[in-house]
Design a protein around this ligand. Structure first.
Ligand code: SAM
Ligand code: ZN
Length: 288
């Protein structure tokens, strides 16, 4: 984590500023703990990756394999104790699943989807604060850092953010967090992205939250509307039409070029013999 990111972070439980204890540093913070002095909640930074989860035990309860790895990866005794203390609850393990998806995204970087999105983003004016939700390994986030002042990516997958953090840029940082938790308090952004996340993060809640983070600026969304996911489906899906209506109701104007639904190919290479081919819709919305 960049030392400079601290000023933009807030305690996700009470909104207070965080204090930082650094154990290992080289250009950026490799290991440390951020603490909210008010409610005493602590957030570890492990292998440069800050984890801003309300309940770290809960985060690890569904990622026990990851928990074991984090325990091995930490060097300072304070952080080792912190991870160990959090390793006692059991749940279905997501670690392998999240690692599998990291591999899929790494193998799918050349999908036409990413070049199309990058080209569209390059046509937007340069922004001061940019945020991407569900950024995974940072394919688009990292590109945005080339032409914008300060760029943040948020994802709940430690494995994904660990890969994203391998690329160092002084104006680019990533956080493990739930997109629906107020990691940045009331900070306003000039550009927010939510690419292919509406099936996993309750869309209407996410849209409302993002709308509050943009007073004047752009909101870029892409999605394949693949909502049929059994028990893990979101409660309130959207489609090309209702998503546009929702955005208009929240005060966004849809750019002329994305008023009509599009079908941009997004190929995910699942393994050498299988590819998942989506056609995604794309929207650039704006508040001015
Ligand atoms: C389908 S992938 C899309 C990745 C990337 N935006 C892209 O288009 O290539 C969804 C991503 O959202 C992340 N994610 C899912 N639920 C989340 C949540 N509640 N908060 C933060 N990230 C979440 C997943 O870990 C995953 O990396
Ligand atoms: Zn707090």
């Amino acid at each position: 984590m960049l030392q400079s990111s601290l000023e933009f972070l807030r305690c996700i439980r009470c909104g207070s500023k965080l204090e930082l204890d650094v154990f290992e540093f080289d250009k950026e913070i490799i290991e440390g703990i951020m603490q909210c002095k008010k409610c005493k909640l602590e957030f570890p930074i492990i292998q440069k990756v800050p984890i801003l989860w309300d309940d770290f035990s809960k985060y690890l309860s569904s990622r026990r394999i990851l928990g074991g790895k984090l325990y091995k990866l930490t060097n300072s005794s304070k952080l080792k104790d912190f991870v160990k203390k959090s390793l006692n609850v059991k749940d279905n393990d997501r670690s392998n699943l999240e690692e599998k998806w990291v591999r899929i995204y790494q193998n799918s970087k050349t999908s036409k989807f990413y070049s199309t999105i990058k080209k569209n983003l390059d046509s937007l004016p340069s922004s001061k604060f940019v945020l991407e939700y569900g950024c995974s390994i940072g394919i688009v986030t990292s590109h945005l850092a080339n032409s914008n002042e300060l760029v943040f990516g948020v994802d709940r997958s430690f494995s994904a953010i660990q890969i994203a953090k391998k690329q160092f840029k002084k104006n680019l940082d990533y956080f493990v967090a739930d997109s629906l938790s107020p990691v940045f308090g009331k900070l306003q952004f000039d550009l927010v992205l939510a690419l292919n996340v509406l099936e996993i993060i309750e869309p209407k809640i996410l849209l409302k939250l993002i709308s509050k983070q943009i007073t004047k600026g752009y909101f870029v969304i892409s999605d394949p509307y693949d909502f049929d996911r059994g028990p893990s489906s979101v409660r309130s899906p959207v489609d090309a039409s209702s998503l546009r209506t929702n955005l208009s109701d929240l005060g966004f104007k849809i750019s002329t070029s994305t008023k009509k639904p599009s079908f941009i190919p997004w190929s995910l290479k699942l393994n050498p013999r299988a590819t998942l081919n989506y056609k995604v819709d794309f929207i650039i919305a704006q508040k001015s």
